[in-house]
Design a protein around this ligand. Sequence first.
Ligand code: PLP
Length: 403
Amino acid sequence: MDKKLIYLDNNATTKVDDKVFEAMLPYFKEEYGNPSSIYEFAKKANYAVKEARGQIKDFLNAENEKEIIFTSCGSESANTAIKGVLEVNKNKRHIITTKVEHPCVLNLYNTLEKQGYNVDYIDVNSNGELNLEQLEAAINYDTALVSVMYANNETGVIYPIEKISEIIKSKNKETKFFVDAVQAAGKIPIDVQALGVDMLGISGHKFHAPKGVGALYVNSKTMITPLIVGGHQERGKRAGTENVPYIVGLGQAAMEAQDNLKYEMTEVKRLRDKLETNILKNIFNARLNTKVTNRVPNTANIGFEYIEGELILLHLSDLGICASSGSACTSGSLEPSHVLRAMNVPFTAIHGSIRFSLSKYTTEKEVDYVCDVLPGIIDKLRNLSPFQDELEALKKMKAAVNG
Ligand code: PLP
């Protein structure tokens, strides 16, 4: 195979869908009116934003279009929800979250701790599953907010949001629940009413809309103060002239994602499973970092013991293959992933862990190519590893076990 791009980093960002791009185009040059203007020319832009809001409402199964706020990204959705709800409930100072959230949530909680909030970070087990007893025990009369991601960006593990919702309601009806669903959108169905959440954030560039647009669902019973103050756009919940082409793109991407869900959950999953099975079969001491089946269908996180993940990535990159170690926000730093650390992934594998994330554009041929070239790369790097004695001992142990 010629060197061409094989993009297996779709949890970092995705390619814009052709239909999304097409839908956006008129709103750059022809229909450039400000949706808030009252003259005829701006009506099209105003209608386009309205239509996109309806598309996102349907995508998330919200009850009402008024519950959808357009934002610039997943980070803004999370910041708006968290800061906005705390500001309204100023007398409550306790927050519960997990150790495996995205940095856009964790770093905000670190800041809030410095401002006097008391934050509990719930543990996960070695498969990345949340300790629900610990979460339940942590909820008290002072708990303003619980925030749990829907799916983890590094492992793909899906969290039991509906169950967590029930737990929260049984302990403190006033506690609000925010869900960062950035890695769930487009990979599994999202139904905010069935989930029973108060607020839920998504980001367009993770499901084939462009970078720079997101949305936040806030149910009609939840009050928030705006993060960005100014004009009355978004019913006073997010000031700033609406980014019409990108909002149109987000709405279109949501429709495409909804239509594609079945393919994602069957065909993308089949290719992901093929990749995992092949790697585990053909590469000595490769380990699946989570064994839970309740994962988004596109994500595989595999540890290659006694090698540096960054070196694997560079060798893959030489062949045009894009994957990732840790989240896109931390790759480039030598700190091992906070998610894998929380899961107690052994130190021998944590530095050599790679996330492959597929999309509807991933082909069988691409997966086969990665399966073909990866064993050679790992072999080469293991030969350079300073841990030759350990590798030799492991090989002997394995041979003895296999008879
Ligand atoms: N939440 C999760 C789980 C993510 O994976 C990401 C991005 O990787 C974000 C939030 C932030 O989204 P954005 O890049 O749109 O700000």
